[in-house]
Design a protein around this ligand. Structure first.
Ligand code: URA
Length: 317
């Protein structure tokens, strides 16, 4: 952003502002939401650790409670960390990290040799292999009713990852996450952050197959599917995750607290990746008296994410 000519920068700010206003209009607003007088304290930096686990989603994004292929280089595409760097210790109770695993060294026929015996390294599956393994998955009943598995969209090199709940009808039909109404709103939220949904973010879900009738995924379905997401996130290595709605927050962080309680405060995924819980776009699309405040809070959450990523503050804040 800062490398832009003033005229380009102005155009970019105007584009963000337009996306933001369209987002608000889609949600039924007629103006810019304002912070209430008794404003809450600023969101602290990523710090609070959460206990990760598999499946414990309490409620669905689809009825969120009132409590409750890489393109041109982009400003936030990260440099990859050096392979083999020391991984952070996972917190107690977490699933084992998906990294290189070494088998015991095979006994060497030339044990007198000073050269250490070669060790067998089991490499993690590359992303395309994981995608195709997911596409043929039959581990839970959802495979029987799906049209397509739904793996991801966006840029796997991006620093920022959004994790939703599960595909709906449009996503099932196209095999791409967040392409329906909620996805259109998500794109406007991303654009309002000054980011390009195709280049600057990676988008995926807790569950890779559509639950029939768009019902909330069952805990056993989440438990069966979430190892794929853990593997996916270990390969993509986002710098920040935005967890959209109750199911995502519950499954990523192992909390049963509703989204209204946890949103806006930084948590850690597997003890190392900052997670910002916020409302699911489907919830923001509903019209109810709470929505205006929820939208303001969601925007506050996304601004905290921008700050964490060192992105320019949007003009309207
Ligand atoms: N809602 C989600 O959580 N994910 C999608 O892919 C679409 C809608």
């Amino acid at each position: 952003m800062s490398n832009l000519e003033p005229r380009e920068e102005l155009a970019s700010i105007a584009a963000s502002l337009r996306a933001y206003l369209e987002w608000q209009l889609d949600c039924g607003s007629s103006g810019i939401p304002r912070r209430p007088r008794a404003a809450t304290a600023a969101v602290p930096p990523a710090q609070a650790a959460a206990t990760p686990s598999a499946a414990s989603a309490a409620t669905s994004a689809k009825d969120e409670p009132s409590d409750p292929s890489p393109a041109a280089p982009s400003p936030i595409v990260r440099e990859r960390s050096t392979p083999g760097g020391a991984p952070a210790a996972p917190p107690p109770g977490s699933l084992p990290p998906i990294t290189l695993t070494e088998s015991a060294p095979a006994p060497s026929k030339r044990s007198e040799s000073a050269t250490p015996a070669p060790r067998t390294i089991a490499e993690p599956r590359p992303l395309p292999v994981l995608v195709s393994d997911v596409a043929s998955c039959t581990k839970c009943g959802l495979h029987a009713t799906r049209t397509n598995t739904v793996f991801s969209r966006g840029n796997p090199e991006a620093k920022l990852c959004f994790v939703g709940e599960a595909p709906g009808a449009d996503e099932d039909a196209q095999g791409v996450p967040f392409v329906g109404r909620a996805g259109q709103l998500l794109d406007k939220m991303i654009q309002a952050m000054g980011l390009d949904p195709a280049k600057d973010v990676y988008v995926c879900n807790i569950i890779k197959c559509r639950p029939p009738e768009n019902r909330r995924p069952e805990p056993d379905e989440i438990a069966t599917c979430i190892p794929y997401l853990h593997e996916q996130l270990a390969l993509v290595e986002p710098k920040v995750i935005v967890a959209l709605g109750n199911t995502s927050v519950g499954a990523l962080l192992g909390t049963k607290l509703g989204i209204t309680k946890v949103r806006g405060s930084w948590k850690l995924y597997r003890g190392k990746i900052p997670v910002m819980p916020t409302y699911h776009p489907s919830y923001l699309l509903r019209s109810s008296p709470q929505q205006s405040e929820a939208k303001r809070q969601a925007w506050e959450d996304l601004q905290a994410v921008m700050k964490e990523l060192g992105l320019a503050k949007p003009a309207r804040s």
